[in-house]
Design a protein around this ligand. Structure first.
Ligand SMILES: Cc1cc2nc3c(=O)[nH]c(=O)nc-3n(C[C@H](O)[C@H](O)[C@H](O)COP(=O)(O)OP(=O)(O)OC[C@H]3O[C@@H](n4cnc5c(N)ncnc54)[C@H](O)[C@@H]3O)c2cc1C
Length: 257
């Protein structure tokens, strides 16, 4: 019989950055080898009194070459796990399943060389992992820039992006990455000079601008279920009808209306 010790690492939080009262990142030391592919997720958990565990999947922000794992969290105040994770500080422990999961990886094999990445808030996590990984490969001569990544990242407010500075820096340094953050509630932020609207609102405009169509592009949708539904409908109307033309990672199931 496998014991919990066989299945879980006892990971330690090494660093925490709060971007907003309900958005933060952790870096953790997993406590063992955890080989993963950019775009995969880890299952994190916390033990609660009575010997029970609460576990949820979280996309990995870091690149496999980093010596720690990084995650970007949103607090769901009524949720079971995020209020417990939100209390953790550097030095605190949490559980992580020893096996990464998921197939939301960059598909560089099917002939299409444009990758349109669409995300809401924490849904940017797997895309940061793609870009960090390709950036290192580019610098070290393993990636020749023939694949182009175009990232739309939606949030309500400018402070919710978390990785805007890093992604803007990547965009300024490499020819193969474009990044457009967009804010759906720009009021009270007169200094916001960027795009306005939800990620799915600006999808058509940027697909036209970058000349992305179903013949040359794979779309990747990550985060909010409504954004994913709306984006899929828009993409379908633009001819993205083949199964492998659109990949999705839905973060939660919306309650029935
Ligand atoms: C493959 C995958 C990767 C994920 N990666 C991330 C990640 O990188 N970062 C991250 O923060 N979350 C991520 N999630 C979501 C995460 O797994 C949890 O669902 C989320 O953290 C809420 O957990 P909870 O236990 O606090 O809330 P729960 O008790 O699970 O949920 C309570 C209620 O809130 C709803 N809900 C859950 N999440 C949200 C949300 N963000 N906004 C509004 N309502 C919500 C649920 O549908 C439910 O009705 C991912 C989910 C999947 C499937």
């Amino acid at each position: 019989m496998p014991t919990p010790e066989d299945k879980f690492f006892h990971a330690i939080v090494t660093r925490r950055v709060d971007f907003a009262p309900d958005l933060w990142m952790f870096r953790i030391e997993s406590g063992g080898a955890f080989p993963f592919v950019p775009g995969q997720y880890a299952t994190l958990g916390v033990e609660i009194p009575g010997g029970k565990r609460i576990e949820r999947p979280y996309s990995i922000v870091s690149s496999p070459s980093e010596d720690e794992l990084e995650f970007f969290f949103e607090l769901v105040p009524e949720g079971a796990l995020t209020p417990l994770l939100h209390r953790l500080q550097p030095g605190d422990g949490l559980l992580m399943r020893k096996v990464p999961k998921g197939k939301f990886s960059l598909d560089m094999q099917n002939g299409r060389t444009h990758h349109l990445l669409i995300s809401t808030v924490t849904g940017v996590a797997p895309f940061v992992s793609y870009v960090r990984t390709l950036y290192k490969d580019w610098k070290e001569g393993r990636f020749d820039g023939t694949h182009q990544l175009y990232l739309l990242n939606g949030a309500s407010r400018p402070w919710e992006f978390g990785y805007r500075e890093e992604l803007t820096q990547f965009e300024s340094e490499v020819p193969w990455f474009k990044y457009v953050p967009t804010v759906s509630r720009p009021w009270d932020h007169e200094d916001w000079a960027g795009e306005i609207g939800r990620a799915d609102d600006i999808l058509r405009k940027y697909a036209d601008h970058w000349e992305l169509d179903a013949s040359n592009t794979i779309a990747y949708l990550c985060g909010h279920p409504e954004m994913i539904e709306h984006s899929k409908a828009i993409l379908r109307r633009r001819g993205f009808t083949e199964k492998h033309a659109v990949k999705e990672e839905v973060y939660w199931i919306p309650p029935h209306k």
